[in-house]
Design a protein around this ligand. Structure first.
Ligand code: SAJ
Length: 434
């Protein structure tokens, strides 16, 4: 962003007469999405305050550090905190723009829990000035943007709220703009990807889009907030359904005795077939979670989406059973488990099927297990204390008679048949097929 911020252009003529906020942008939640977004905005010249409930996170960021692993993020945060374009705080300041990027976990009943978004809205309400714009980025069930508006309305009866479906905005703008960046490529995709910007009113969408257009190189596609909320859930459900097809194929192939990797490779030579890759299940905090938000919103209609979730969850059980059968066939054999992360080349173990399978196996077979995971220094989760040993790849291969590939990290990909001679192998990712 080269031009200085102009409130009159961004918010309309009345806004320039409002008291000056403390910051141009407040990003609420400094996690996997909020921190990279705050840092990218700051690197484009915006004056950003990152807000988090954790004093430890705030202190780390203010010291120029990061509490999460993400490519290029450490360098960026160091740069923008040195220039003071990004500061962090536990308090929500007055700002022109508020971006909400807090978690929306799944409740025990598989219903979405939007309590963090609601808490963020409550924390914004006391200081919000007329002319400001609130943008929700957290993956959310349909209707959450309107829920945020009702929370602000309750706390601030002095402000006229935008009404969904009306042409003009209210005293403040409220919009939904889902994050759609890929872990491991967040800094790059924040700038390159197209964005869907959904306003409660067209006016709200335009105000939110003005911010994204300052740093996004992709297109900013304007719609209403309900459509934007649905689009996000649909994107991740689409991927989950497609992965479920691949995972179901792998279980069908096991039953009928064909090699699923050959089947998929050859089927994909058809000009209109593009099957994804089976794995030990689907992990991460997005694809394994968000489809349930669609199911919760339309339980009768969302049959395929629900079944896909169940197929992908079942794939982890199927994988564990197959590994156990192999282990049972060679009593006393040492087993090397390669990879724990939810996908390759990432240090994120949240909702990881590889970790869940390893934890289950190690619960009763721990002392026989050698775990290789280059993205951790210590055994995560229930693996600690199970008797399993975290070790390097060479050590594990030297000791193990059974080798199980759970994650195809790049640092495993040099493995060749010659490295595995005399060992029993089970490859959940098709890595050893080359
Ligand atoms: N997986 C397979 N087979 C495949 C592809 C993926 O088993 O062929 C597995 C992975 O191993 C992993 C899981 O699926 O366990 C999810 O990985 P992913 O790379 O598909 O997606 P995420 O969760 O890292 O990021 C997704 C992205 N959404 C889509 O691609 C539609 C990203 O753009 C979203 O921003 C992100 O979710 C999010 O935050 O919602």
């Amino acid at each position: 962003m080269n031009a200085p911020f102009d409130a009159a252009t961004a918010f309309g003529p009345d806004a320039a007469t409002q008291p000056a906020p403390d910051h141009q942008i407040a990003v609420i939640g400094l996690g996997y999405i909020g921190l990279p977004t705050a840092a990218v905005l700051a690197s484009y010249g915006w004056d950003v305050c990152g807000v988090d409930v954790s004093p430890k996170v705030v202190d780390t960021v203010n010291a120029g550090g990061v509490h999460i692993e993400e490519r290029d993020l450490d360098r960026l945060v160091d740069e923008v905190t040195r220039s003071k374009k990004l500061v962090a705080s536990t308090h929500v300041p007055a700002a022109h723009y508020y971006m909400i990027a807090v978690p929306t976990p799944l409740g025990a009943d598989k219903a979405p829990d939007i309590s963090y978004v609601e808490a963020a809205a409550r924390s914004i309400a006391p200081n919000i000035l007329p002319g400001a714009c609130i943008i929700i980025e957290s993956t959310s069930p349909v209707g959450t943007t309107e829920r945020v508006a009702s929370i602000i309305a309750e706390a601030r009866p002095d402000l006229k709220m935008p009404e969904f479906g009306e042409e003009r905005g209210g005293d403040i703008a409220i919009a939904y703009c889902p994050e759609r960046v890929l872990p491991g490529k967040i800094v790059q995709e924040l700038v390159q990807n197209d964005r869907v910007v959904g306003g409660m009113t067209p006016d709200c969408a335009n105000r939110a889009a003005a911010l994204y257009m300052s740093f996004v190189k992709g297109d900013c596609l304007i719609t209403n907030s309900r459509v934007a909320e649905t689009v996000k859930l649909v994107e991740n459900s689409f991927r989950d359904v497609n992965i479920a097809f691949a995972n179901e194929l792998s279980m069908i192939s096991d039953e009928i005795g064909v090699d699923v990797w050959d089947v998929i490779r050859l089927a994909n030579r058809h000009p209109r077939v593009n099957i994804l890759q089976p794995g030990p299940g689907v992990g991460g905090h997005c694809i394994a979670v968000d489809p349930w938000f669609l199911v919760a919103g339309a339980p009768k209609a969302a049959r395929l989406v629900k079944t896909a979730r169940e197929v992908n969850d079942h794939k982890a059980v199927h994988t564990e059973n197959r590994i156990r059968a192999l282990i049972d066939a060679v009593p006393e054999a040492k087993v090397a488990l390669l990879g724990l992360a939810f996908k390759p080349d990432i240090d994120d173990f949240r909702e990881s099927p590889a970790l869940a399978i390893a934890e289950n196996l190690c619960a009763d077979l721990g002392p026989r297990m050698l775990v290789v995971e280059p993205f951790t220094q210590t055994l995560p989760g229930k693996l600690a204390g199970s008797g399993a040993k975290l070790t390097g790849l060479d050590d594990a291969l030297a000791q193990a008679e059974i080798v199980v590939v759970l994650v195809d990290h790049s640092s495993f990909k040099h493995l060749e048949p010659a490295d595995l001679v005399g060992k029993m192998t089970f490859d959940t990712r098709g890595m050893l097929k080359g």
